[in-house]
Design a protein around this ligand. Structure first.
Ligand SMILES: Cc1ncc(COP(=O)(O)O)c(C=O)c1O
Length: 424
């Protein structure tokens, strides 16, 4: 790779070769050079405290030495095989031990793929076509997942609005969109369509919005009532909210769940896992040609990703890791609250201690429309000051990681104070 120096050089080069000047994920105005622990550096050498952490996978922080060592051991032995390998089998065993719904597992490469197959699997299992999805729920980039992901038009439920060009209208016709946390709506939707619905796909904590007490249990009960497959998208929450994910934390077990991010230790790996009778549809011998769901992928069960995931999970099993993560998250939430209260700025801290965001509103946040109706300009201004003060985060989420130290928290507190004061 030819290096020509400053960040602005790289931004200019990216503008030429990448649509929109970027990978499509994130602000193309910053180019990350290095990451170590809880910090990243840009190509100009500016250091930031990293609350993006690769959009979730780097829960331990960047460059964890034990994970690196596991990867270094694997690389000379082979980087990908396509065929079964021991690391991938062991990782599947560990995930199945950890996650309540998991009896069998299938690997894919990205979270979005896992969600796409989860919905297809629900259809294969039930022989029905319709999928219930919640407005604002994020499940990757498949045609189904692009329905009412971030609509700027507020249409009547359960009509689906595509968020992407290039999707046939027939896909929208099979999707039923519901408001998150609305108990009555789900009951009435399923009273009408329940026997046509294959699956309900839900982020147990939707983006940053926690489920109201009883909401996930309602989904469980209604899914049972109508013979629907309940899918938890645990790409973000898996191994973050607790070692067994959101299903452990909230005490509700889905039929299948999707996992990604942390289980690959920073490498491309994701999975879907769940009840063996449902997962059987990946096995032609068990279900026959009619019920068989064809699925394969070049990098599935990649051994480098698997050893990174195994080591990450081993570290997460050590005493006190989740307590520490929650304490760090609680400290950050308290700091943001203190700074914004002192500045007299209306806000809500929304989420879980392991993943949250400040929302500029004077109302409680229960669904996508509550977030949409909050003050987006305030969020953008707040985040801009945080960035200038060396806090790197996504526009909509704050992810604490286990490498944060007291100095990082002090710097973040000062950044919150400055950002809060800038809004008055
Ligand atoms: C809840 C959720 N599901 C699915 C995905 C898609 O995962 P990937 O980006 O690995 O395709 C994401 C990505 O952030 C996610 O947050």
């Amino acid at each position: 790779m030819q290096k020509i120096g400053t960040q602005s050089d790289w931004i200019a080069r990216a503008q030429k070769v990448l649509p929109g000047g970027g990978f499509g994920n994130f602000d193309p105005g910053i180019i990350i050079r290095d990451g170590k622990g809880a910090h990243v550096w840009d190509e100009d050498g500016n250091r930031y405290i990293d609350y993006l952490i690769g959009s979730g996978p780097m829960l331990l922080g960047h460059g964890n030495e034990e994970v690196q060592e596991a990867v270094f051991q694997q690389i000379p032995k082979g980087m990908t095989f396509f065929a079964n390998n021991a690391a991938g089998i062991e990782l599947a065993e560990q995930i199945i031990t950890a996650v309540p719904c998991a009896e069998q597992l299938r690997y894919v490469t990205s979270g979005g793929e896992a969600d796409m197959y989860a919905m297809r699997l629900a259809r294969a299992f039930t022989g029905r076509d319709k999928i219930v999805k919640f407005e604002g729920g994020y499940h990757g980039m498949s045609a189904e997942a692009q329905m009412s992901l971030a609509p700027d038009r507020q249409v009547n439920f359960p009509q689906a609005v595509p968020d992407s060009a290039g999707i046939p209208e027939s896909v929208a016709a099979e999707m039923l969109i519901a408001p998150f946390n609305d108990f009555d709506y789900i009951r009435s939707l399923l009273a009408e369509y329940g026997d046509q619905v294959a699956g309900i796909i839900v982020e147990p904590l939707q983006r940053i919005i926690p489920p109201l007490p009883g909401f996930l249990q309602l989904l469980r009960d209604e899914a049972d009532k109508y013979g629907i497959v309940l899918i938890f998208d645990e790409i973000v929450t898996g191994f973050r909210f607790a070692y067994g994910g959101a299903q452990e934390l909230y005490g509700v077990t889905p039929d299948i769940c999707t996992l990604g991010k942390i289980i690959g230790g920073g490498f491309p790996l994701a999975a879907l896992t769940g009840r063996a009778d449902i997962m059987a549809h990946f096995d032609k011998v068990k279900v026959g040609a009619e019920g068989f769901l064809m699925q394969l992928g070049t990098l599935s069960g990649n051994p480098v990703a698997a050893v990174a995931g195994l080591k990450t999970m081993e570290i997460l099993r050590r005493d006190g890791q989740y307590d520490r993560l929650r304490q760090l998250g609680q400290s950050l939430m308290d700091m943001a609250t203190d700074a914004l209260r002192a500045a007299g700025v209306d806000h809500r801290i929304v989420g879980d201690r392991t993943l949250f965001e400040v929302v500029f509103t004077d109302r409680d946040v229960r669904d996508y429309r509550d977030v949409m109706n909050a003050n987006a300009k305030r969020s953008a201004d707040f985040n801009a000051v945080l960035r200038a003060e060396g806090v790197f985060k996504s526009p909509g989420k704050t992810y604490p990681c286990l490498s944060l130290n007291a100095a990082d928290l002090d710097q973040t507190r000062a950044a919150y104070v400055k950002a809060a004061e800038s809004l008055t």
